[in-house]
Design a binder for this molecule. Structure first.
Ligand code: H2P
Length: 830
C-alpha cells in the first residue's frame, strides 16, 4: 500500500476513535440520560449501540431509496423465527470499526468485551431454522441483495433454561425488558388483521359473484424495523417485525362501571398474538394462538409488500418481477391463500390471473421430513378463524385436483395424497401441500434431504411437477461464525491470505497446503487452545465444573430431540467411563463431553434425557477413580451467544442423528469451519461435508438412510438381540435401569429403556451404538497424535468455503428469486 494512503488511513482512524469517544459521551448524557460516573454496563451498551446505529442510518436510507428509485425486484423472507443473537459485535465488525470502538472505549476506561456482554441475546427462534434465517439476512445484506426479513416481534423469546436438580425448568426470556436500541418503532405503519366472522356473497359492479369477510375481529400489526448491516457497511437492509396492537386500548364504559379487568381485556387478548415464541413440538398448548400468530404476521407482511409495490405500479402484472416471497417452512404457508384473498377480494383481480401471480411470487423451503413438523390445521379451526381462507383453499384444491394427472388416471390413492385436505379422521388442511402448489420452486436444505423429499413426503407432487423441487444446501455466515466468534483463528487466517475470505469464504482453499506446514500447525493449535481456555472459564463460571483444557473437547450442541440422539452420546459416555474404571493403569486420553441445548417444554422424553446427562455428569465428575480423564458438562440455556464461545473451542463435533432424519444441520458447518473434526452419520449436510473435507478427515459411522429405512420397514429389528450381543451397551443400560445414576429414584429412566428395548428403538440408537463407539475410539486415538490431528483440523477449516451462506443465498437469488445485487447510491449526506 502507498505510504501516503497508509498515513491518511491512520489519521482517519484516530479521528474516528476521537469522534467515537465524543459521540459515546454525548449519547450517554443526552439519550440514555446518565452521567458517566453513574452509568452501568447496560447504560454503556445502550450508548454504544445508539452511537453505532447513528452511523448506520444514512446508509440505511440510501439503501431503501435506491431500491425505490431503481424499482428493483426485492426478496421477502417470511419467517416465524429469526434467531439473531447479539448485534453489537456484528454491527461493529461489519462496519469495520471494531478496533476504533475498542480504543474509544479504552480511552473512557471501559472494556469493549464487557460492554458487549451487557447485550441481551435475541432468541426469537428455536434452533437451526431460525438461525438460518438470521444468517441469510447477513448474507443478503453482505452480497448487496435487496432482501427484507419479515417476522414477529415476540415480547418473550425462547424460554430461558435453568437446571433445578438436573431437570430443565423454563423461565420467561425477557429480552426487551430494558429496551432494544437496535429497533425503530413505526407506530404509523399499521395494518389491520382480521379473525373470525363470516363470509358474505354479493354481486360486484359488473354483476359477478364476489365475497367479503364481515363481522370479523380486528387486531393491528405495528412495524418495528431493525437495520441489517451488510459486511463493508454498503447495504443496510431491513428486518421488519410485527407487534400486535389492540384496535382499542381501553374501554371507558367498562371502566366507569367498575369492571377494571374487562376494560383492558380486549387489549390483552389482542396483544397476546405477539407475546411469546412457541417452542418446537409444544404439542397441544396454544394451538389456536399459534395458528393466529402465523396468519397475523403473514397477512401484515403481504399487505406491506403490496403497498410497496403499488407505489410504483397500477396493476399487479409485474408483481412476480418485483417481489419474491420465500416461505421459511410451512409457518407462513397460509400466505398463499391470503395473497389470493388480497388480490381477488380486495383488488378485484381475476382468479386465474391471481393464481399465476401468486405462484410467480412464492417459493417454499422445507426443513424437515418428520411427520409432526408438517403442519396440518383442522378444517374446523380454519372455518372458524379464517372462514374466507377456507373457501379459497377449497377452490384452489378443486381446481388443482381437476387438472392433476391423478384425476385423469382415476388414481384415487394418489388424488388423496395430493389433496390439500387430509380426509382421514378429523379433516385437516395440509400446509405443506398448500405451500407446494402455490410456489414456483420448492427446496430442500441438503442434497440428501432434497432427494428424500422427492422420494417420500412429496413423491406424488414430484411426479406431477418434476422441475419444482430443487436443492439449496444450507450455509452459515462466516462473519459471525469465524470472523467475530473466533478472533484468534480469524487473525491467523488473515495474516496469511488477507481479509478477502470474510466475504468470499472459498478463499480459504488457498490455505490448504498450510496443513503440512509445521509452523502454521503450531499457530493453529495455539489459537484453538486460547478458545478452549475461554470456554473452560465460561463453563466453570456457568456450571462450576472445572475441565482440563488439554482434554479432547467433544461437543454436541443443538435442540434436544430423540432423532439427534444425545442419548446415544451419553450411553457411549457411560461405556467409556466403565472402560476407564476397568483399566485404571492404562494411560487414557482425557475427554470432556460438552452438551448444550433446550428441550421443548412438552417433550417429556427429551427432558428426561437432559436429566440423565446431568445425573451421569454428577457421578462421573465426582469419581476420583477416573481422575481428570472424563468430565461431562451440560451448559444450561444454550443460545447464539453461548454457541459463539463453544464453536471455536471444539475438537470433536457430534453430528450423530439417525440417518435420513436431520434435514441438513448447520452446527455441523460452524464446528468444522472452526477446526473441529466431525464424528457423524451420513445424514443431512454431513454427506456434503464429508465430500468437501475428504474421507480421511472425518469419522463417519452407522447405518445409511437407506439401511435405516429398510431395517425399520423390515420389521425384524430386535433391539434386545443387539443389546444382548454388546456387553458394553448392556452394562450401560443395566446401570441406568438399576439406578446407579439415580439412586434417589431408580426407576426414573424406565421410559427411556422402555423406548429402546420394548418400544422398538425407533431412532436406532442400539443399532448404531457399536459402530459409533468404534468411530469414537478412532477419534480419541487420533487425538493423541497432535500433529496429525491438527493437520486434519486445518483441512476441515480450509475446506468449508462452500458452506458459506453467501453461496447459499447467491443460489437462491439466481435460481429461485431472480433478484440481482445492487450497490446503493450514496446520498448527499457525505
Ligand atoms: C431444522 C432442521 C435442520 C436444518 C435447519 C435449517 C428444522 O433445524 O432440523 O436439519 O439444518 O432446520 O434448515 P433444527 O433442527 O436445528 O431446529
Amino acid at each position: 500500500m502507498d505510504a501516503r494512503y497508509r498515513t491518511r488511513d491512520i489519521e482517519r482512524r484516530s479521528l474516528d476513535v476521537d469522534a467515537l469517544k465524543r459521540s459515546f459521551l454525548e449519547w450517554l448524557v443526552y439519550s440514555v440520560g446518565k452521567d458517566a460516573r453513574a452509568a452501568t454496563r447496560r447504560d454503556w451498551f445502550h450508548t454504544v449501540a445508539l452511537a453505532v446505529r447513528d452511523r448506520v442510518v444514512d446508509r440505511w436510507m440510501d439503501t431503501t431509496r435506491t431500491y425505490y428509485t431503481h424499482d428493483v425486484k426485492r426478496v421477502y423472507y417470511l419467517s416465524l423465527e429469526f434467531l439473531i443473537g447479539r448485534l453489537l459485535t456484528n454491527s461493529l465488525a461489519n462496519l469495520g470499526i471494531i478496533d476504533e470502538c475498542r480504543q474509544a472505549l479504552d480511552r473512557i476506561g471501559l472494556s469493549l468485551d464487557e460492554v458487549v456482554d451487557a447485550e441481551p441475546d435475541a432468541a426469537l427462534g428455536n434452533g437451526g431454522l431460525g438461525r438460518l434465517a438470521a444468517c441469510f439476512l447477513d448474507s443478503m445484506a453482505s452480497r448487496n441483495l435487496p432482501g427484507y426479513g419479515y417476522g414477529i416481534r415476540y415480547e418473550f423469546g425462547l424460554f430461558e433454561q435453568r437446571f433445578e436438580h438436573g431437570w430443565q425448568v423454563e423461565y420467561p426470556e425477557q429480552w426487551l425488558q430494558f429496551g432494544n436500541p437496535w429497533e425503530f418503532a413505526r407506530p404509523e405503519v399499521l395494518y389491520p388483521v382480521q379473525f373470525y366472522g363470516r363470509v358474505e356473497e354479493f354481486r360486484d359492479s359488473v354483476g359477478e359473484r364476489a365475497y367479503r369477510w364481515v363481522d370479523s375481529e380486528r387486531v393491528l400489526a405495528m412495524a418495528y424495523d431493525t437495520p441489517v448491516v451488510g459486511f463493508g457497511g454498503k447495504t443496510i437492509n431491513t428486518l421488519r417485525l410485527w407487534a400486535a396492537r389492540a384496535t382499542r386500548d381501553f374501554n371507558f364504559g367498562h371502566f366507569n362501571e367498575g369492571a377494571y379487568m374487562k376494560a383492558v381485556e380486549q387489549k390483552i387478548l389482542s396483544e397476546n398474538l405477539s407475546r411469546v415464541l412457541y417452542p418446537n413440538d409444544a404439542t397441544e398448548t396454544g394451538k389456536e394462538l399459534r395458528f393466529k400468530q402465523e396468519y397475523f404476521f403473514t397477512s401484515a407482511s403481504l399487505q406491506d409488500i403490496l403497498r410497496r409495490y403499488l407505489q410504483h405500479h397500477s396493476d399487479f402484472d409485474q408483481l412476480p418481477n418485483k417481489a419474491a416471497i420465500q416461505l421459511n417452512d410451512t409457518h407462513p404457508a397460509i400466505g398463499i391463500a391470503e395473497m389470493m384473498r388480497l388480490l381477488v377480494d380486495q383488488h378485484a383481480v381475476k382468479w386465474d390471473k391471481a393464481w399465476e401471480i401468486t405462484q410467480g411470487c412464492f417459493s417454499y423451503t422445507n426443513h424437515t421430513l418428520l411427520p409432526e413438523a408438517l403442519e396440518a390445521w383442522p378444517v374446523r379451526l380454519l372455518e372458524r378463524v379464517l372462514p374466507r381462507h377456507m373457501q379459497i383453499i377449497y377452490e384452489i384444491n378443486a381446481k388443482f385436483l381437476n387438472r392433476s394427472s391423478a384425476r385423469a388416471a382415476h388414481d384415487n390413492a394418489r388424488l388423496s395424497h395430493l389433496s390439500l385436505i387430509d380426509e382421514r379422521g378429523d379433516r385437516r388442511v395440509r400446509m405443506g401441500n398448500l405451500a407446494f402448489i402455490g410456489s414456483h420452486k420448492v427446496n430442500g436444505v441438503s442434497a440428501l434431504h432434497t432427494e428424500l423429499m422427492k422420494q417420500t413426503v412429496f413423491a406424488d407432487f414430484h411426479a406431477e411437477f418434476p422441475d419444482r423441487i430443487v436443492n439449496k444446501t444450507n450455509g452459515i455466515t462466516p462473519r459471525r461464525w469465524l470472523h467475530q466468534a473466533n478472533r484468534p483463528l480469524s487473525d491467523l487466517i488473515t495474516s496469511r491470505i488477507g481479509e478477502g475470505w470474510i466475504h468470499d469464504l472459498s478463499a480459504l482453499d488457498a490455505l490448504k497446503p498450510k496443513a503440512d506446514d509445521v509452523v502454521f500447525r503450531e499457530e493453529f493449535r495455539r489459537a484453538k487452545r486460547k478458545n478452549k481456555k475461554r470456554l473452560a472459564a465460561y463453563l466453570a463460571r456457568q456450571t462450576g465444573v472445572e475441565i482440563n483444557v488439554d482434554s479432547l473437547f467433544d461437543v454436541q450442541v443443538k435442540r434436544i430431540h430423540e432423532y439427534k440422539r444425545q442419548l446415544m452420546n451419553i450411553l457411549q459416555t457411560i461405556a467409556l467411563y466403565n472402560d476407564m474404571r476397568d483399566s485404571p493403569t492404562v494411560t487414557w486420553t482425557p475427554v470432556t463431553k460438552i452438551f448444550a441445548g433446550k428441550a421443548a417444554p412438552a417433550y417429556h422424553m427429551a427432558k428426561l434425557i437432559i436429566k440423565l446427562i446431568n445425573d451421569v455428569g454428577k457421578v462421573v465428575n465426582h469419581d476420583p477413580s477416573v481422575h481428570d480423564n472424563l468430565k461431562v458438562v451440560f451448559l444450561p440455556n444454550y443460545n447464539v451467544t453461548a454457541a459463539e464461545i463453544i464453536m471455536p473451542a471444539a475438537d470433536l463435533s457430534e453430528q450423530i442423528s439417525t440417518a435420513g432424519m436431520e434435514a441438513s444441520g448447520t452446527g455441523n458447518m460452524k464446528l468444522a469451519l472452526n477446526g473441529a473434526l466431525t464424528i457423524g452419520t451420513l445424514d443431512g449436510a454431513n454427506v456434503e461435508i464429508k465430500d468437501a473435507v475428504g474421507d480421511d478427515n472425518i469419522f463417519i459411522f452407522g447405518l445409511t438412510a437407506e439401511e435405516a429405512n429398510s431395517l425399520r420397514q423390515g420389521g425384524a429389528y430386535n433391539p434386545r438381540d443387539v443389546i444382548g450381543a454388546n456387553p458394553a451397551l448392556k452394562r450401560a443400560l443395566d446401570m441406568i435401569s438399576t439406578g446407579v445414576f439415580s439412586p434417589d429414584d431408580p426407576s426414573r429412566y424406565h421410559p427411556i429403556l422402555q423406548s429402546l428395548i420394548d418400544g422398538g428403538d425407533h431412532f436406532l440408537v442400539t443399532a448404531d451404538f457399536e459402530d459409533y463407539c468404534t468411530a469414537h475410539d478412532d477419534a480419541v486415538a487420533l487425538y493423541r497424535d497432535t500433529e496429525e490431528w491438527t493437520r486434519k483440523a486445518i483441512l476441515n477449516t480450509t475446506s468449508m468455503g462452500w458452506f458459506s451462506s453467501d453461496r447459499t443465498v447467491g443460489e437462491y437469488a439466481d435460481e429461485i428469486w431472480g433478484v440481482k445485487p445492487i450497490i446503493p447510491d450514496e446520498g448527499d449526506h457525505r
